[in-house]
Design a protein around this ligand. Sequence first.
Ligand code: SF4
Ligand code: MG
Length: 324
Amino acid sequence: TKPLVEVKNLRKVFPIKKGWFGKPALLQAVDNVSFSIRKGETFSIVGESGCGKSTTGRLITRLLAPSEGEIWFDGQEIGKLDEARIRPLRRQMQMVFQDPYASLNPRMKIKDIIAEPLLIHEKMSAAEREKDVQRLLEVVGLSSFHGERYPHEFSGGQRQRVGIARALAVKPSLIVADEPVSALDVSIQSQVLNLLQDLQEELGLTYLFISHDLSVVEHISDRIGVMYLGSMVELADKDSIYEKPLHPYTQALFSSVPVPDPRLKREKIVLKGDLPSPVNPPSGCRFHTRCPAAMDVCRTKAPVFQEQEPGHYVACHLYGESKG
Ligand code: SF4
Ligand code: MG
């Protein structure tokens, strides 16, 4: 099937000032990232905080404008569209955020929070809107009387259900969920993940799921992209990446995930050094300062992101043509 989203050589830099009298510098948040998201799949981006995964999500929904590169959404290049032309597309791509409390207006009733996107995007009567809100509350498993309440009267899991209902209100095709369960208790996490999966099947939704938590991502993903310091270093379907991670960073990241089958247990790989700054990232392969397999070439030459096995992409000099 045709991809719903395709990004090509995506780049985002943020100008920053270092210190009081510091020179302006550029933070390289996303550097030359390319991937696509198929209709109806859950594509996950994983990586540590600061790897550029959230920025990538905000670029795709065009809450941010890219510095370079292309963003294709449903056959249209949207990377260079101005705000006025993005607005009508926004209903097709909605975001669910990590902290539902911060993203819900505390002074608004739940029913008005869910109705808000309908007011912005849909022409409908108050009665129709009321009916829609009711339906949405049911869809996310919140009974109708909750609509009269305020966010503080809800638990974290219930608030995230409200966030999901609001995102669904305008019938989007893409949901970008940025750490949607990270703020929730583990027992509540699986309920919200199950709800997201049920909704995906029912409504044919496509998900971009952003998380630092591999146990969360394993549950929900079809394919996974791993980011490190602004670059995508590996991309494959879920099984390949869990069973046979190719990139040394992915291997280290996944070595700390508990596995139920003891035969699959890997030795935990502890990376040396700290995460370098995205303001002044290492030359060549950005991972070379911490990579247990680093070679001379890694310091000077950036590895190309290329297909190593069918559907399995990796950016590392240990593989493919750039080998040796
Ligand atoms: Fe390690 Fe070199 Fe591969 Fe980078 S390119 S991950 S430094 S082996
Ligand atoms: Mg799925």
